[in-house]
Design a protein around this ligand. Structure first.
Ligand code: MG
Ligand code: MG
Ligand code: MG
Length: 305
């Protein structure tokens, strides 16, 4: 029986590449694994797959009765609805520990570093398994994406070292330039619907019994969205009602200026003002230096609930 390997809902590049890189490693170790995904891929991930000739993992949104490995998450809200009917063999992640629990012992590789693919790189090293060129290239870009080309406060020496080693394996010296090309592909917003923008990198969290949704758009220039803000708010309101959320946050992260414009729709916006020690104006605030949802947003929002 094959094991399915997948990342979180609204999959990002780390989730998709991680499913591929972890499956390959497990296959080398004699465990039959199939990389899958829970949703459509982003323009950024498409860029990565095209660049290195990667195969798009198959879509799989139901896992009852299956064996699974999770990568890049451990929150129930980001898993398939029937995850509790699957057997979780392991978790490879770099986020806060989520609320998933298991009935059986499992393998856990969870590290407070910049990217799940950096953890996978450490696993390859641990088992002394050679990384194929194409997979190395994809892992390298996944790490450069998650760490915002090493600018994110989540980035560690382990991540920069992994990128350098992976760059050697895939034969790309100018990896920062390639990563910029990737972020430009990711920043394309022309013609995108408000719903597409609001769910591109969307995650739901159960914060002590309260449902909070947080989306993040990482862009090379967020002024490209200046005339879409009202549009985004309107759709956030709809999304909030459809998903029964208490609060929905959208972070428009400018990776060049290094900060995020925060958009808030909430039953109690004062909680968000308290979280960031700021005053909202027209339900917005500028958060200087904020690049990371997991390190600079969630740890301040969650205690408010
Ligand atoms: Mg992710
Ligand atoms: Mg990640
Ligand atoms: Mg990210």
């Amino acid at each position: 029986m094959a094991t399915y390997v997948f990342g979180h809902t609204s999959p990002d590049s780390d989730s998709i590449v991680g499913a591929i890189s972890l499956s390959y490693l497990k296959n080398q170790l004699g465990e039959e694994c199939i990389p899958t995904r829970q949703g459509e891929i982003s323009a950024e991930t498409e860029f990565i797959l095209n660049k290195f000739g990667g195969t798009l993992p198959e879509l799989k949104t139901s896992v009852a009765g299956e064996n699974v490995y999770l990568i890049d998450f451990s929150d129930k809200a980001q898993a398939p609805k029937d995850i509790m009917e699957a057997t979780i063999l392991g978790i490879v992640d770099h986020h806060k520990l989520g609320d998933l629990t298991t009935d059986t012992p499992l393998e856990c590789w969870i590290r407070p570093i910049g990217c799940s693919n950096t953890v996978v790189k450490e696993m390859y090293d641990h088992y002394n398994i050679e990384i194929p060129k194409d997979i190395a290239g994809m892992m390298m870009l996944a790490i450069l994406s998650d760490t915002v080309i090493f600018k994110s406060p989540t980035c560690t020496k382990v991540d920069t070292k992994a990128v350098k080693e992976l760059a050697k394996i895939c034969g790309i010296e100018e990896y920062k330039e390639l990563a910029m090309e990737m972020f430009i592909a990711k920043s394309a917003v022309k013609g995108a619907t408000a719903r597409n923008l609001n769910t591109r990198d969307y995650k739901e969290f159960d914060m002590n019994g309260t449902k909070v949704g947080i989306n993040q758009l990482e862009m090379v220039d967020i002024t490209a969205l200046d005339d879409r803000i009202e549009d985004l708010f309107e759709d956030m309101q709809k999304l909030k009602e459809e998903s029964g959320l208490h609060t929905i946050l959208v972070l428009l992260t400018d990776i060049m200026i290094e900060g995020s414009k925060l958009l808030v729709i909430s039953d109690d916006p004062s909680k968000i003002e308290a979280a960031f020690n700021t005053k909202l104006e027209n339900s917005q605030a500028w958060l200087p230096g904020v690049l990371s949802r997991k390190k600079q947003v969630i740890p301040f929002v969650q205690p408010q609930f």
